[in-house]
Write a protein that binds this ligand. Sequence first.
Ligand SMILES: Nc1ncnc2c1ncn2[C@@H]1O[C@H](COP(=O)(O)OP(=O)(O)OP(=O)(O)O)[C@@H](O)[C@H]1O
Length: 278
Amino acid sequence: MSNSHAATIDDPVDDAAAAPAIELADVTQNFALDGLDFTALERISLSIARGEFVSLVGPSGCGKSTLLRIIAGLLAPSGGTVSIGGQDPATARAAREFGFVFQDPVLLPWRTALENVELPALVAKQGSKADRRAHARELLELVGLGDFAAAPPAALSGGMQRRVGIARALALDPSILLLDEPFGALDEITRQKMNSELLRIWSERRTTALLVTHNVGEAVYLSDRVFVMAARPGRIVAEVAIDLPRPRTLDLLEQERFFAHTKELTRLLLHDAEETAP
Ligand SMILES: Nc1ncnc2c1ncn2[C@@H]1O[C@H](COP(=O)(O)OP(=O)(O)OP(=O)(O)O)[C@@H](O)[C@H]1O
């Protein structure tokens, strides 16, 4: 039986389309501190499929942020290979494959919410002024801030500023969202609301998401898979698949299966903490 459209093994276009969103093989990172070399990350290997939501949890200093920086092409690893949809990280970064959301959204105080969201496209000289504005408006609507386009950051609550940060991260239509403790500084209720919003936005935009968090419940609620890291040296010690149905709603937080997963992850983290205690 023949099919003229079937992919062949050698087809580079189909190979690139089939490549995982993020793939790391034996990634190692050494840093020098006070003249001494130390291993911050040791042989990290992982593969994240397109459209997957994956979290990294682990103790402070285990290298989570360093790993994000390597994936984003901001830091060249000491060893190993990184592939972003079949490209090297620097090429992927230049192609604007990444959107970043950090704990502090760092909005420009003299620009309105809309102008902050518009900024990446302005800097990248993308589209006409009218197109940029329309896209920024659409993104503000997406994060539920359509009525706050003209507000300066100082007039927005912490949660609203994070929403602007998410809208800005999506401004150049990235295929991968890298989130480093984005809601760490928020109170618990606002954080839960923001997580629900994040899930909605992620499913609407169909991006790949990689989240760094200290919060085990947050990792379970959001993720398809969670990687547990340990410190000294930073490494992956467990991978947990979260078998909770989607779409996920806040009532999930009271269900037995949710508790079972958070318990398992907490146990893995504590077990590791005991093993690496000084
Ligand atoms: N540029 C650098 N030079 C030297 N050491 C570094 C550098 N960047 C990170 N480190 C060290 O690498 C280790 C991992 O740091 P990293 O910030 O990635 O950890 P983390 O897991 O994100 O921590 P936290 O959860 O506290 O944010 C730490 O010991 C840190 O001091």
